[in-house]
Design a binder for this molecule. Structure first.
Ligand SMILES: *[C@@H]1O[C@H](CO)[C@@H](O)[C@H](O)[C@H]1NC(C)=O
Length: 266
């Protein structure tokens, strides 16, 4: 009897594992770079490797560089793995974000991960931002220290955006949950956005408020990107027609992935 009992428990255990695993952001399909993205600026400083599995963006005296998604998305799960440049990176900003600032000058939406350069021996800092319909009052920037050195290896940075909340994940750990409230009114991001990844010179403000500037003696600064996930409702950039069946519904998009407690922010 003991034996079958154990077997039954194991069965339940495996069942739970399978369910949990299938809810993990990791299970979304990874696409080749060219399938979802295209070059944005600084083409000399962008290189695509390993059949689109790996992209290098660099910053030197001449220019930074960036790439942009081919489609606009209304809600979804958007993820990329990034390895940041190592050693002295003061003033160097690497960003993974979504925005519609090119279409809505006065009332744009934006959801950002920004990495603010680093002086040797200090931790990289990561910043998140949310702008809704041009309002900067709702999702003020929050800064965190990471619990690892993001220049040592690739780590996964993800944005979940539904009509009720926005969650920022680092390696599947939610570091910020931003829920829509009644009082926000129309100030919650609700128009289609494009995804961007960029590296640029933020000397004037990035590291200790601009105290440490980019030092081009150490250039080029290179950030590496892989594991591209664009899982959402794509919207045609010209017609603004949704390519998925029901653009208003976030049914296809889980509202939350796991319940791990967020790391404390610093
Ligand atoms: C967004 O802002 C514009 C311009 O300020 C305004 O006309 C519009 O009503 C706002 N949208 C929502 C949903 O509140």
């Amino acid at each position: 009897m003991g034996c079958s009992h154990l077997g039954f428990l194991l069965l339940i255990y495996y069942f739970l594992l399978v369910v949990l695993a299938s809810e993990s952001p990791k299970s979304f399909p990874i696409m080749a770079f060219d399938v979802g993205y295209t070059q944005l600026f600084g083409s000399d400083n962008m290189a695509v490797h390993r059949e689109g599995k790996l992209v290098h963006l660099s910053l030197d005296e001449r220019t930074g560089s960036g790439f942009v998604s081919q489609d606009l998305y209304l809600h979804g799960f958007f993820s990329v793995s990034i390895k940041l440049p190592a050693d002295y990176t003061a003033g160097v900003v690497v960003a993974f974000y979504m925005s519609n600032g090119d279409m809505f000058e006065k009332n744009h939406d934006e959801i950002d991960f920004e990495f603010l350069g680093n002086i040797r021996g200090k931790n990289w800092r990561i910043q998140t931002n949310v702008y809704g319909n041009g309002s900067t009052s709702i999702g003020r920037e929050e800064r965190y220290s990471l619990w690892f050195d993001p220049s040592d290896n690739f780590h996964q940075y993800s944005i979940l955006w539904t009509d009720s909340q926005i969650i920022f994940y680092v390696d599947n750990v939610p570091i910020r949950e931003f829920k829509r409230t009644e009082s926000m009114g129309g100030d919650f991001p609700s128009k289609p956005m494009t995804l961007y990844a960029t590296i640029w010179d933020g000397s004037d403000w990035a590291t200790n408020g601009g105290k440490y500037r980019v030092n081009y003696k150490y250039a080029p600064y290179m950030a590496e990107f892989s594991d591209f996930v664009l899982h959402g409702c794509a919207v045609d950039p010209i017609e603004h027609l949704a390519k998925c069946d029901n653009p208003q519904s976030s049914e296809a998009i889980p509202t939350e992935f796991d319940t791990k407690f967020p790391r404390s922010s610093v």
